[in-house]
Design a protein around this ligand. Structure first.
Ligand SMILES: Nc1ncnc2c1ncn2[C@@H]1O[C@H](COP(=O)(O)OP(=O)(O)OP(=O)(O)O)[C@@H](O)[C@H]1O
Length: 251
């Protein structure tokens, strides 16, 4: 396996508060890794620092495919919990936005391809206020994928949608990531989501954020809720994650 992301001894401090203190993590190419942990332990801060969004923080070594990662770069795309769509732009213009910023006007076919893949073609001229939560999320993910990033960072991207849409979206996101062979890092509060989506699950305790457990999923791809729940490895894995979370909460 080739190493994709290498986080080496990262430290993030806000004034006197140390949120991450010497955290290291390696993610391989095409690996989907979920990060779970109790509220406030520093998950989003970790994702933001990988995405280069914390210039004020003191950050240790971070590399993507062997090249240092310091500022926001097109190699890394982030999908936020609250979509981050521009309300004054149509669906297609929101997806095209990153390309326009980078002056990559040659890749308009990519927008059409993603509209198709994300089942958004009929909504391409609509504005965000005309879309459901699930559709907005698909636009957010399409916008991130449009840049063909080497690493996709997902910060609770499905937390704002209902349970049924969530299940459908989990499948969609996984399918897209598999097709596009992306390396992805997902922050989620939902253990089942972590188990369905991930090849590996990292449980953080903190703050300061530190790794309590780093476990490779024994459940092979393709995974969905039904196949995962009927797998004999599901309950022991879930129990291990839950127990570790409890331990992190108590510490
Ligand atoms: N820009 C900032 N300035 C000061 N403190 C911050 C900043 N960003 C995050 N923090 C603090 O860092 C700590 C970790 O926050 P973070 O959002 O990373 O946690 P989290 O694990 O993602 O939480 P949740 O699961 O609730 O989303 C919190 O105490 C938060 O208040």
């Amino acid at each position: 396996m080739t190493r994709s992301l290498e986080v080496d001894n990262v430290r993030v401090q806000f004034r006197q508060n140390t949120i991450i203190d010497g955290l290291s993590l390696v993610v391989d190419d095409d690996e989907f890794v979920s990060i779970v942990g109790t509220s406030g332990c520093g998950k989003t801060t970790l994702l933001r620092s990988i995405g280069g969004l914390l210039p004020q923080a003191e950050i240790g070594g971070m590399q993507l495919h062997g090249t240092p990662l310091r500022t926001p770069e097109p190699r890394v795309a982030m999908v936020f919990q609250h979509f981050g769509l521009f309300p004054w732009k149509t669906v297609e213009d929101n997806i095209r936005y990153g390309l326009a910023v980078q002056g990559r006007t040659d890749r308009h076919d990519r927008v059409d391809e993603l509209l198709e893949v994300m089942n958004l073609s009929a909504a391409r001229k609509k504005y965000p206020y005309q879309l459901s939560g699930g559709m907005k999320q698909r636009v957010g993910i399409a916008r991130a994928l449009c840049l063909e990033p080497e690493l996709l960072l997902l910060d609770e991207p499905l937390s704002a949608v209902d349970a049924i849409t969530r299940e459908v979206m989990q499948k969609e996101v996984l399918g897209i990531i598999e097709r596009e062979t992306r390396t992805a890092l997902l922050v989620t509060h939902d253990l089942d989501e972590a188990i369905i989506m991930s090849d590996r699950i990292v449980v953080l305790g903190g703050p300061p954020a530190h790794v309590l457990l780093d476990v490779r999923s024994p459940i092979p791809r393709p995974r969905d809720l039904a196949s995962v729940r009927s797998d004999p490895a599901y309950l022991p894995l879930r129990a291990e994650l839950w127990d570790t979370l409890q331990m992190g909460h108590a510490s």
